[in-house]
Design a protein around this ligand. Sequence first.
Ligand SMILES: Nc1nc2c(ncn2[C@@H]2O[C@H](COP(=O)(O)OP(=O)(O)OP(=O)(O)O)[C@@H](O)[C@H]2O)c(=O)[nH]1
Ligand SMILES: [Mg+2]
Length: 314
Amino acid sequence: MHTSFDTPELIRRTLAGERVPLARAISWVENEAPGSVELLDACFEKSGRAFRLGITGPPGAGKSTLVTRLAQEYRRRGETVAIVAVDPTSPFSGGALLGDRVRMTELSGDPGVFIRSMATRGSMGGLAVHTAQVCDVLDAAGFQRILIETVGVGQSELEVAQTADSTAVVLVPESGDAVQAMKAGLMEIADVFVINKADREGAERASFAIRSALELRAHTAWKIPVHLTIASQNGGVSELVDRFEEHLVFLRETGTLEERRRARLEQRLQDLLQARLWNAFRERVGDERWREALAELAQRRRTPHQAAELLAGL
Ligand SMILES: Nc1nc2c(ncn2[C@@H]2O[C@H](COP(=O)(O)OP(=O)(O)OP(=O)(O)O)[C@@H](O)[C@H]2O)c(=O)[nH]1
Ligand SMILES: [Mg+2]
């Protein structure tokens, strides 16, 4: 299926929510294809309506299963849903693929659902940027809820989770998870805690441990819920959607949504400007001068501070 689109047509049909152009548009963004900037600019104007939910947590916690159930529940409530699964290039990706396959069959054929997997491809800094951009495209295409699934194991994955408006951290009952979560920095980004696999021993205990840890922290206006689910049996899923929607109302009413989005946009602007200014600067300095400066450093003829001062003054 190698239909080629010119940029205006692709933009028009993506914004109209057509699936094949939408899939192509996302590939453009991922590959930074020519035309992708024009596309993103067009999408940006139309985005900002979707509620973006990050679902993160350790490998195998049941994120994919849960996201599938959440999508089904949102569909029952009449909302359209896009799923962005960010696959880690790790030994666990087999599990992710399996989860995705199950999901594909359960949700296929529903025009109100769109599923997309994104590969991490090593370049980790770019992943959060690409995820945010892909979400802009899905948002502009009219999807009302965007579920971003990512494994919460590293800083880069946390960055992906933070492109969302609201973030759910999914854990399992096995002891040590609460401690792990705190270590991994998941505690700081959670707006909602989920203990999935609550059919297993120790779910209540894990829930209590997290609640206790949360109580030790500074009091906040949003009381972070700790919610039990059995995703594989659809247990507690509808109530979890209620929690998400409550959080959305909270975010809107307190101005926190606007605040978070503004901070995110500032970050994006800063990233773009940094790249642009750096490239311009590097070009102005030129390769020869750059090599000279490095040689001077290596020979201890100049300090890094002196070299920076000198180059910046050029
Ligand atoms: N017992 C039990 N098993 C579950 C539950 N939810 C999911 N599972 C199972 O847990 C396994 C992992 O589920 P996934 O949904 O693929 O987990 P994941 O967090 O997406 O995994 P990765 O993407 O590989 O990190 C699968 O075998 C699921 O069937 C649950 O509530 N209870
Ligand atoms: Mg998964």
